[in-house]
Design a protein around this ligand. Structure first.
Ligand SMILES: Cc1cc2nc3c(=O)[nH]c(=O)nc-3n(C[C@H](O)[C@H](O)[C@H](O)COP(=O)(O)OP(=O)(O)OC[C@H]3O[C@@H](n4cnc5c(N)ncnc54)[C@H](O)[C@@H]3O)c2cc1C
Length: 395
C-alpha cells in the first residue's frame, strides 16, 4: 500500500509540497476549504504576479528576517530555479528594470491552471470545500458541506497560510492545533501605516511624495515614492520599513517616520535657496527650492508655522521631517504577516517538534520579508523543504 500524505491548504506552499511528493509513490490528498485553489496567489496576480527577484542570492536572502533559517532552501530553489520551473509549465517570465521577476502575461491564472493540471495528471487528489477542523497526532477531522469525518495519514503538511485577507482562505483557524508557545503572534507586514490628518490634507489623498528617502533608524534608509492616503501612508517604501517600525512598537516607543524630501540637495544648498528674495511668497520660495505641491502641503501640515520663514530650520525639516504615526493598517488588509510557527517549534525538516507526523510550510511559518517576490519564493522553498522532510520521515 502506498503511504498517504495529507496537505491542508492549496496555496502556493501546499501546491509546491504536493508537486515534490507527487514525484514519489505516495497517495496525496490536498484539502482546501475554499471552492478552488490558491485564491491569494490569484489575487497577487491581479496587479502583476511578482514571483521572485533577480538580485544575487546572497543579497536576496538578507531580505528575510530569518535569513539563516530560510537561506539554504532559497539558495536551492532560487529565482533562476523558479523561472525554469515556470518555463516547465509553459509560462515565460521576464525580469523588470527593478530586478523583479514576473510571468510575461503578468497574471497568476495561466500559471495556476497549468500547475493544477500537471499535479492532477501526477495523481494528486484535490478536495475543495473541505475544511480541516481538528488535528491530533496523525488524525485529521474534516468537514465539508454534507459530512464531518476523520482520516488518518502517514504524514500531514500544514500549508494554511497566515491571517491576512481571510476571505481568501487564510483565516488562522489552525492556531489552536498547536500550543501557544509554538506560535509567535501574527502582526501586519507589508501594510500601510496610520496618520491622522487635518482636513487641509484631503487634497493630497492618493498623491505621491516623489523620490524621497525614508527611514525609522537612520542607518536603514529606503528610497522611492510614498502615497499619502486618507488613513496615512502606503507604498513599497513603507513596507520595507515595517520591520523597523514594529521594532519601535516592541520597545514601546512612539512610532515615528523620518523623511528626506529632497535627497539630491544638501542641507547647505537648501538653506541658501530658502534664504531667497524676501518679497517672494513662501510657496514660491519652496517651489524654487525643488518642492512640489504635495511636499509643500506635508510640510505645512507637520512643521510648526513659527518655523516656516526660518531658512535654517526649514532646511533641516526638509532633510529630516519627523512624522509621528498612529499604528499599522489592520492585519486583515496586510499583504503578508510577520509571526507564525516558530523556528524553535520545528526541526530543520520543518517537522513539528511536538508532533512528528506534522510538517509546516509557507506563510504560516515565522518569517517576514518585504514585497518584491520574496514572499512567494519563500512559500515555494518551504513547501518543497517540508515535502522533502515528509519523504525522509515516511519512506
Ligand atoms: C493583495 C496581495 C498581493 C500579493 N502580491 C504578492 C506578490 O506579487 N509577490 C509575492 O511574492 N507575494 C505576494 N503576496 C503574498 C503571497 O500571495 C502569499 O505570501 C502566499 O500566497 C502565501 O502562500 P501560502 O501557501 O503560505 O498561504 P495561502 O496562499 O494563504 O494559502 C493557504 C491556503 O490554505 C487554506 N486553508 C487554511 N486553513 C485551512 C483549513 N483549516 N482547511 C482547509 N484549507 C485551509 C486556505 O483556504 C488557502 O487556500 C500578495 C498577497 C496579497 C494579499
Amino acid at each position: 500500500m502506498p503511504k498517504r500524505v495529507a496537505i491542508i491548504g492549496a496555496g502556493p506552499a501546499g501546491l509546491m509540497a504536493a508537486e515534490v511528493l507527487s514525484q514519489y509513490d505516495y497517495e496525496i490528498d490536498v484539502f482546501e476549504q475554499k471552492p478552488s485553489a490558491a485564491r491569494k496567489f490569484l489575487m497577487a496576480g491581479k496587479t502583476g504576479l511578482n514571483i521572485s527577484h533577480a538580485e544575487p542570492v546572497d543579497t536576496f536572502i538578507q531580505r528575510y528576517d530569518r535569513a539563516e533559517w530560510l537561506g539554504p532552501w532559497i539558495k536551492q530553489w532560487d529565482a533562476q530555479w523558479i523561472q525554469n520551473w515556470m518555463q516547465g509549465l509553459g509560462i515565460e517570465s521576464y525580469i523588470g528594470s527593478s530586478g523583479r521577476i514576473f510571468p510575461i502575461e503578468m497574471k497568476a491564472a495561466p500559471l495556476l491552471r497549468a500547475w493544477l493540471k500537471r499535479l492532477m495528471a501526477d495523481g494528486v487528489r484535490f478536495y475543495y470545500r473541505h475544511r480541516c477542523v481538528d488535528l491530533s497526532h496523525n488524525h485529521l477531522t474534516i468537514e465539508n458541506q454534507t459530512e464531518h469525518f476523520s482520516a488518518t495519514y502517514d504524514a500531514i503538511i500544514l500549508a494554511c497560510g497566515a491571517v491576512s485577507w481571510s476571505q481568501l482562505g487564510s483565516d488562522g483557524a489552525w492556531q489552536p492545533w498547536l500550543s501557544k508557545n509554538e506560535i509567535e503572534p501574527f502582526q501586519a507586514s507589508n501594510a500601510g501605516v496610520l496618520k491622522t490628518w487635518s482636513p487641509f490634507m484631503q487634497a493630497c489623498f492618493g498623491q505621491p511624495l516623489k523620490r524621497v528617502n525614508a527611514w525609522v533608524q537612520s542607518e536603514q534608509q529606503t528610497h522611492g515614492d510614498i502615497i499619502i492616503t486618507h488613513y496615512g501612508f502606503e507604498s513599497g517604501v513603507i513596507y520595507k520599513l515595517g520591520r523597523d517600525l514594529r521594532a519601535q512598537l516592541a520597545q514601546k516607543k512612539r512610532l515615528q517616520l523620518h523623511l528626506d524630501l529632497l535627497p539630491d540637495v544638501s542641507i547647505d544648498q537648501l538653506e541658501k535657496k530658502l534664504q531667497g528674495n524676501k518679497k517672494q511668497s513662501l510657496t514660491n520660495l519652496w517651489r524654487k527650492a525643488g518642492l512640489d505641491t504635495i511636499k509643500i502641503n506635508l510640510l505645512r501640515e507637520i512643521v510648526e508655522k513659527s518655523l516656516w520663514s526660518d531658512a535654517k530650520q526649514m532646511a533641516q525639516q526638509i532633510k529630516q521631517l519627523s512624522i509621528p504615526l498612529d499604528g499599522f493598517r489592520p492585519i486583515e488588509e496586510a499583504i503578508s504577516c510577520a509571526g507564525g510557527v516558530k523556528q524553535t517549534a520545528v526541526s530543520p525538516q520543518l517537522q513539528l517538534q511536538s508532533n512528528p507526523y506534522v510538517f509546516c510550510c509557507g506563510e504560516m511559518l515565522d518569517w517576514d520579508a518585504p514585497t518584491g517576490g520574496y514572499l512567494l519564493t519563500a512559500c515555494f522553498a518551504t513547501g518543497r523543504a517540508a515535502a522533502e522532510g515528509v519523504n525522509i520521515f515516511i519512506k
